[in-house]
Structures are given as C-alpha cells and as structure tokens.
Design a binder for this molecule. Structure first.
Ligand SMILES: [Zn+2]
Length: 338
C-alpha cells in the first residue's frame, strides 16, 4: 500500500508551481481515429514536470470512458454498461490506483480530480466517487461534457447527486467550456451561471472561458469562480483565426492574440484573483475528431510543443507567475478567493 497522506500542507507551505489542468490515462477512441494525444501515464507526467519546472499537477483521467461506445459513423454518443456500470467507473479507479498504488513515490506531486458525467447514472457515479474518497486523497471533480454529449445545464437536476457531493466534501469542480454555436453541452455561460447560483461550490471554467468577456467579467465578480488558462497557446491561435470555438470579436476579451504572453498578462491584471494556470498536458496539442450538435464531424489540427505552455509561464513577471500558478490555485483548491 502506498503513501496516501493528504499533501495539502506541503503544497500550501512553499511557493510551489502548480499546474491546475493535466490528464493521465488513455482514449482508445482517439487512438483508433488517428487522433493525438491518446495516452499519458502518471510516470511520464512526472518526467515532464521535472523537466518543465512544475512541482505539483492537478490530474484528471482522460475525457473518454469505456462506458461510451466509439462509433465514428454516428453523430450521437452511445453507451454500454458492459465494462463500466456507469461513466468513469474504471477510469477514476485506475487514476487513483496508478498514483497511489503503482507510483506512491511520486504521489505527493499529484492532486487527482475525479471525472464525471452530469447527465447519466449520476447517483451511481456519486456513490462510487464517495467510496473512492474514503480510500484515497482526492482534490476535486472534472467534467468535459462536449465529448460525451452531456449537459452542464443538468448540474442542478440530473447532476444534483454530484453537485451535492462536491458541496458536502468541499471539492472544487473544473468544467471544460465552449462558446461554439453548435455546442449545447459545455456552454461557458451555463458554467458561470451555475457558479453564481451555487456560491458554496468552487468552480473553474477551463480554456480561458474561450475569451468570452461577459463570462470572464461575471466570474471575476464571483467569490467562488475561477478561470483556467489550459491549452492557452492553441486558443490564442484560434482567436487569431476567428474560429467559432472562440467568442466572436464583439464579445471577445480585447487583446493581441498574436502575442500569447501579453494576453496572459492582461487577463491576469484585469482579473487578478480569478485566473489560474494550467497547461492541459498532453492536450496542449490537439488532433481530434468529434461531432457537433448539427451532426457535423469537427476535425481539428492544432499544434503546440510540449514545453511551450510552461515556457510561457516562466517568462511571466514573478508576481503574476506566483499569483496564477500558486496563490489563486490554492484558493480554488481549498477555498477563500480574495
Ligand atoms: Zn483538458
């Protein structure tokens, strides 16, 4: 049995650099579509952290689960309970097993979050996550509803058992976000509204809320809401390209998206207590296919080097770097946004 001591004291005690958004696990669906990335082990994540100057990482499973059936021919996600009785049963179990049972010598580097689906089999998921919380230190919850066609807007109805678990255990929730007109699943606007209605749950909107100014502004004013910068460089590229994956110009945070470092500084100066740093390792690189609500197959190819996100962080002025890679993340994880 590994060392399963809660490591929050170690993390709070020094000016550690924390990455608030990484994934460990595997996606057969991505692999067999010739997508990239499709896998990362915890051991490999630690190697990267060592070479990139990162002390601790929030770690989620990959967005795929064996509960979902890979079927590229169909625009609708289908499910099977043949391998998992409910979403992420095996994936959450495996993440914690890998961190605490296989690599206990590295477990103090990880802040594992459990993955959930807010729209399907939520009572079973909540029960299983609660049992895992009894056994292992867990620091939060994560959902990426676009790729499983589940709804953030279900959080207070079908997803209530999971919201209640987060509230009861004081666990923060990170939400994958979208502003794409054909993505009804992960609306950044729905996420910030959920945060507003649930002041007792800490919420993080991933991917810079797709630079949607109204969302950033609202999040900035909420004591329980944070925004992470995951996969920042490819999102700046999407902004330059005026992609529908980014808020349209009239609603976009005004910045020079040709220069990601300057955007990061401006965002943090504008929302000093709200922005948290996350690399999205290994999804800073993104070659994937998935369906949008109109049944079309999105086929993205967005490239970024493995060291580019941390390199950006280390080039920030010291006060901004420590604010977004330590101070604000501690507030997100453990409470008390100032
Ligand atoms: Zn991610």
């Amino acid at each position: 049995m590994g060392n399963k001591t809660d490591n929050r004291k170690i993390i709070k005690s020094k000016k550690a650099v924390i990455d608030a958004h990484t994934h460990v696990g595997v996606s057969a669906r991505f692999y067999y579509q010739q997508g990239y990335p499709y896998a990362l082990s915890f051991e490999d994540l630690v190697f990267r952290m060592d070479s990139l100057g990162i002390d601790h990482s929030v770690v989620f499973p990959f967005v795929d689960s064996r509960f979902y059936v890979a079927d590229d021919a169909s625009p609708e996600i289908k499910t099977t309970n043949r391998y998992c009785r409910f979403p992420y049963e095996q994936e959450n179990q495996n993440l914690l097993h890998e961190i605490y049972e296989i690599f206990p010598q590295h477990s103090h580097r990880a802040l594992p979050f459990l993955m959930f689906d807010p729209s399907r089999e939520t009572a079973q998921q909540a029960g299983h996550m609660e049992a895992l919380l009894e056994k292992y230190p867990v620091y939060g919850l994560k959902t990426a509803t676009t790729y499983i066609q589940a709804y953030v807007a279900d959080m207070e109805t079908k997803g209530k058992p999971i919201a209640d678990l987060a509230r009861k255990k004081g666990l923060p929730i990170t939400f994958h976000s979208s502003v794409h007109p054909q993505d009804p699943w992960a609306s950044a606007y729905d996420i910030v509204d959920f945060a507003e209605r649930n002041p007792d749950i800490r919420v993080c909107i991933a991917h810079s809320a797709r630079f949607a100014e109204p969302v950033l502004k609202k999040a900035g004013g909420l004591p329980n809401c944070f925004v992470d910068l995951s996969a920042f460089i490819i999102h700046c590229k999407l902004a330059v390209a005026d992609s529908p994956g980014i808020a349209p110009k009239e609603k976009r945070f005004e910045a020079n998206y040709h220069d990601p470092l300057s955007v990061m500084i401006k965002l943090t100066e504008t929302y000093p207590d709200t922005i948290i740093w996350g690399s999205d390792t290994p999804f800073y690189y993104w070659i994937q296919k998935y369906h949008t609500a109109d049944g079309k197959l999105a086929d993205d190819r967005l490239e970024c080097g493995y060291d580019e996100e941390p390199a950006l962080l280390h080039r920030l002025p010291d006060d901004i770097k420590s604010r977004i890679s330590h101070r604000n993340i501690i507030h997100f994880l453990f409470g008390k946004k100032s």
